[in-house]
Ligand binder design. Structure first.
Ligand SMILES: NC(=O)c1ccc[n+]([C@@H]2O[C@H](COP(=O)([O-])OP(=O)(O)OC[C@H]3O[C@@H](n4cnc5c(N)ncnc54)[C@H](O)[C@@H]3O)[C@@H](O)[C@H]2O)c1
Ligand SMILES: O=C(O)C1=N[C@H](C(=O)O)CCC1
Length: 262
């Protein structure tokens, strides 16, 4: 005779760090409304994170200067982290990997997982993936990111990651550098240069988060554009990351690796 179990798994306990911010407040609401999740902590600037309310997973949405310290606090207590804060350059990621190597296991006994996700919007992840796929087939490629004027970092984390993905794809394919005759640019009008890709940052009242990737060949241009009109666009990705992070021990950069987009 087969026994049927009536036992249900317990809810995932979630804390939000940066809970008073634009993204943090949206994340608090999303967690409160999500099936199978319970919000156990909501922390702002100056709050003692303590034991994070016993959370299994923390969502970190603060500012670039505070993020590494917050993530270290979580990791040292065996709490998985979903990081949406930008500014995680190669040096910070390397330090985090070192920290994880010395970290205790998570409360369930597995290795702690940290996801560093420059963008949680599904459309943005696809746009970045399409851009990397297309980039070796074009002579020229440039990235234009456009955001609300309260954003503190430039270029955006999404643009930096897109440029890195494009740069890697082009270098793997043996592409020549993009053609550019500029020899005189005293004011930096050609933008930032990230992994061989020019990136332009626009800050404009009325915008939320937008990006275009322009790819050019003689006589043709392909434009890939993504628009987040509202921060609700990020929440399905945030919740998917919270549900999956414990299954991915170590540091993962990019939600696409959890979703089969990469
Ligand atoms: N990954 C994504 O999809 C995505 C989407 C939007 C924004 N972001 C990033 O998320 C971050 C937050 O963006 P935002 O628009 O919500 O900014 P925000 O300025 O509205 O919010 C940041 C919040 O963090 C708080 N804070 C600062 N230091 C803190 C600390 N040490 N501990 C706890 N809280 C602290 C601030 O008081 C503020 O409430 C930025 O880095 C932004 O680039 C990522
Ligand atoms: O509003 C922001 O700030 C955003 N930050 C991320 C980035 O820097 O790419 C994602 C888009 C919105």
């Amino acid at each position: 005779m087969t026994e049927t179990s009536t036992q249900t798994s317990r809810p995932l306990l979630v804390a939000v760090i940066g809970a008073g911010g634009r993204m943090g407040s949206e994340a608090v609401r999303a967690v409160e409304e999500a099936d199978g999740m319970t919000l156990v902590g909501a922390y702002g600037s100056g709050d003692d994170l303590g034991d994070l309310g016993g959370a299994d997973v923390a969502i970190e949405l603060t500012v670039p200067d505070a993020s590494p310290g917050n993530v270290a606090h979580c990791v040292e207590r065996g709490v998985h982290v979903v990081v949406g804060t930008t500014g995680w350059d190669a040096e910070r990621l390397e330090a985090l990997r070192g920290r994880l190597a010395d970290a205790p296991p998570s409360r369930s006994g597995s290795g702690v997982g940290v996801l560093v996700a420059p963008n949680f919007a599904i459309g943005a992840l696809l746009m970045m993936s399409f851009a990397a796929k297309a980039a070796p087939f074009f002579e020229s490629v440039e990235v234009i990111e456009l955001h609300h004027p309260a954003k503190v970092d430039a270029p955006s984390g999404t643009a930096a990651r897109t440029a890195a993905m494009i740069g890697a794809a082009r270098s793997e394919a043996g592409c020549a550098p993009v053609p550019d005759a500029t020899t005189h640019d005293p004011d930096g009008a050609r933008g930032a240069r990230v992994d061989g890709v020019n990136v332009h940052s626009v800050r404009l009242r009325g915008l939320t988060a937008h990006q275009e990737v322009l790819l050019g060949n003689a006589g043709e241009m392909l434009t890939l554009r993504h628009d987040s009109f509202d921060r609700s666009s990020f929440m399905p990705g945030v919740l998917a990351a919270v549900r999956a992070v414990a299954d991915h021990p170590g540091v993962t950069v990019g939600l696409e690796h959890y979703l089969g987009i990469a």
